[in-house]
Design a protein around this ligand. Structure first.
Ligand code: FES
Length: 145
């Protein structure tokens, strides 16, 4: 059901952990499955992602997609990291079962949320970046239950 790459990234996640005082951090969640993903970025003055770490409280596919997503954006510029879509994440894992594709969406959203936080802290606008919809911090302000 899962490819070798998914199993590998699930069993040996890359860049797991957190970054103290990150340039940007984003936390997103999927309301349906309840899984949560947090992405930390350290971005240098040239807009290059020097370090990235993640924490995922979720399913195995969410762990694998976060892990590979960190590898895909590390060393990239902010603009190139923006191009890492959930499809790119799925392709890099040699595919995901259809019911697990939403897990890769979480990875894309977590990157965007962290970039959004970075842009807000720096007071800059990143072209092509939209405000993340499922940023957990937003939800905390207005509980819906
Ligand atoms: Fe929710 Fe995978 S089942 S992220």
């Amino acid at each position: 059901m899962y490819t070798k790459k998914v199993m590998d990234h699930f069993a040996n996640p890359r860049n797991m952990g957190e970054i103290e005082n990150p340039s940007g951090v984003g936390t997103v969640g999927n309301a349906k499955c309840g899984d949560i993903m947090r992405m930390y970025l350290n971005i240098d003055d040239n807009g290059v992602i020097q370090d990235v770490k993640f924490k995922t409280f979720g399913c195995g596919a969410a762990v694998a997609t976060s892990s590979i997503a960190t590898e895909l954006i590390k060393g990239k510029t902010v603009q190139d990291a923006l191009k890492v879509t959930n499809k790119a994440v799925v392709d890099a894992l040699d595919g995901l079962p259809p019911v697990k594709v939403h897990c890769s969406l979480l990875a894309e959203e977590a990157i965007h949320a962290a970039l959004w936080d970075y842009a807000e802290k720096k007071g800059i606008v990143i072209e092509g970046l939209e405000k993340p919809k499922s940023d957990i911090h937003e939800e905390e302000k207005e509980p819906t239950y």
